[in-house]
Design a protein. Structure first.
Length: 273
């Protein structure tokens, strides 16, 4: 019995150290800013990252016109690479601006990095075309062409999403900014976790999947959209402009593979009575 307690106690200490390393860690993020991104999209994503509760995230912009170029050297020691929203022509954007980074991005994620894809960034994680960061049976498509979609055109608008928070809380029919956003089409054997669904038809609007030793988080709408986005288009969000869904998305992806609550429960269970 004493031997079991010592072994368990050692395991608990190891787990607690791991948990503390996650909580006390300063995450390093590279946010793409360049011709593949729309005006204001990299900055909105960067602000979302930096304002995420309970996490310290240092953001560096990376791109062809930035001081830091997107290459293998820049990705060394980085925790997460972020691909923000961009233009409507995915094929042209891929061919002209992003295909050149295929090997570096895949290697980064496969070896433990995180990929966050917002709207166009979600499209670019797929296979047709993209970085091939999804399971073979999964891919990304456009939600506006799906049966039962709430939005059927490419205009800037808002769309309703059912979101499952990391806490387990589910909020139905939350309004989010949307412009020809992605849908993750999952195969029968997919192991991707659905974080949010489009309310009108249940299509996956946000997912999390493992790729090699890394993790891929994709979201079709724009949970990072701030008040300037709505002002520019002269429409309002009926729920108000909130960032809780965006923050939950970031937290979920960066915490993937870590379960801090387990450490706390083990510590309590093994404490001397």
């Amino acid at each position: 019995m004493m031997l079991f307690q010592k072994i368990l106690s050692s395991a608990v200490r190891t787990a607690i150290i791991a948990a503390e390393s996650v909580h006390g860690h300063t995450f390093k993020a590279l946010v793409y800013r360049g011709p593949a991104a729309c005006d204001g999209c990299p900055e909105a994503v960067a602000q979302l990252l930096k304002s995420t509760p309970g996490m310290k995230i240092d953001v560096t912009y990376v791109g062809p016109d930035e001081e830091v170029k997107l290459n293998a050297e820049a990705l060394e020691g980085v925790d997460v690479y972020v691909q923000p929203g961009g233009g409507d022509d995915v094929d042209e954007t891929w061919k002209t601006d992003m295909k050149q980074y295929y090997t570096e991005i895949r290697h980064f994620v496969e070896n433990g990095g995180r990929y966050l894809g917002f709207c166009l960034g979600a499209y670019l994680a797929g296979h047709t075309p993209g970085f091939d960061l999804l399971n073979k049976g999964d891919d990304v498509n456009t939600e506006t062409e799906r049966k039962g979609s709430q939005v059927t055109n490419t205009n800037d608008t808002i769309i309703q999403v059912d979101w499952t928070f990391a806490s387990g809380k589910v909020e139905m029919k939350r309004w989010l900014y949307f412009q020809d956003g992605a849908v993750m089409v999952l195969g029968k054997n997919s192991d991707a976790k659905v974080l949010g669904r489009y309310s009108s038809n249940g299509d996956p609007a946000a997912t999390l999947n493992q790729f090699g030793d890394g993790w891929v988080g994709l979201v079709g709408p724009h949970p990072e959209a701030d008040k300037s986005w709505y002002a520019d288009e002269d429409f309002v969000n009926p729920d108000g402009i909130k960032f809780d869904i965006g923050h939950d998305f970031v937290q979920t992806v960066l915490n993937a593979g870590h379960k801090p609550e387990t450490y706390e429960k083990l510590s309590v269970a093994c404490s001397p009575s």
